[in-house]
Design a protein around this ligand. Structure first.
Ligand code: TRF
Ligand code: MG
Length: 275
């Protein structure tokens, strides 16, 4: 008789360890429960060693470190870092076609009738890009790394409070798709994830996208303009843009069992369970 860990055991093990416990098979319930105790105590010791390592070697948080590595790589390529508000208007969302009929609308955290926590950066970047355009003939290359918020159902790859990197080059030299691929590569190398796949996807908001995928996990969605969203933002030039989920990049890089280990948390610090 082949027995698996119970859901509760898997959940408990995943809090401390990063192996795929779901797949393990045992000959009997007694064997399984003995394995659970052993594996649990080993994972707890490794976790404690990780905490001691952090206490002994104070350092940046993994998430801000990756944010900083990517930001430095983009600045070195001529991008300006921008900082835009987390509180955005209902009108700004509408310009991205995020209105009541759209699934994303239902995921928005509203503060009041007219204001919400931003679920994305793109609408703000459109605004900044358009403002800067009037000051230069050359390309406008900007990016922001910042918190975004979406109501999500519980999953190992979704956080309700997450960090997005959005970059955009308006007026790229050469073919916008080739430029886009070059930017994706800069970000992925800076994140220490040089092996990835580009896949064509459909998106509710962007229609056609080029996504970056690692082992079936989407870590980025990207697109080029001219685009149907442009007119509402008074943008008419070609562009190359991409949005990355930073916690996902970190989770894959560190092989965390859940994205919660890499995000803003009171339970985890750099993958270690601290509570
Ligand atoms: N706003 C998107 C991220 C994003 C930025 N982009 C994109 C282009 C295509 C698809 C997604 C994006 C999001 C361009 O600058 O919230 O997922
Ligand atoms: Mg997508």
């Amino acid at each position: 008789m082949a027995v698996k860990y119970t859901d509760a055991q898997v959940q408990r093990l995943r809090e401390y360890g990063n192996v795929s416990y779901e797949a393990k098979l045992f000959e009997s319930i007694a064997d399984r429960d003995a394995a659970f105790s052993k594996e649990m105590s080993e994972a707890a010791s490794a976790n404690e060693a990780g905490i001691q390592q952090m206490i002994g070697h104070p350092a940046r948080h993994g998430l801000t470190q990756i944010m900083s590595d990517i930001s430095n790589a983009l600045v070195a390529d001529g991008f300006i870092e921008v900082r835009t508000p987390i509180i955005i208007s209902r009108d700004a969302l509408a310009r991205m076609t995020i209105t009541e009929e759209k699934p994303l609308f239902k995921q928005v955290f509203w503060l009041d009738e007219k204001r919400a926590l931003r679920p994305m950066l793109a609408t703000n970047l459109y605004t900044v890009m358009r403002s800067l355009r009037d000051h230069t003939k050359g390309p406008v290359k900007i990016f922001e790394v910042g918190s975004c918020f979406r109501k999500e159902s519980h999953s190992g790859m979704h956080l309700e409070e997450f960090t997005m990197l959005n970059l955009v080059d308006m007026g790229p030299a050469g073919d916008p798709t080739e430029t886009l691929k070059r930017y994706i590569d800069i970000v992925m190398k800076a994140a220490h994830l040089p092996d990835y796949n580009l896949v064509h996807e459909e998106s509710d908001v962007y229609k056609e996208t080029i996504d970056v995928d690692i082992n079936g996990q989407e870590v980025c969605s990207a697109a080029v303009g001219p685009h149907y969203l442009d007119a509402a933002h008074d943008v008419h030039e070609p562009w190359s843009g991409a949005g990355f989920g930073i916690e996902r990049l970190l989770t894959i890089k560190e092989k965390y069992s859940t994205v919660k280990k890499g995000g803003a948390s009171l339970s985890y610090l750099n993958g270690c369970k601290i509570n």
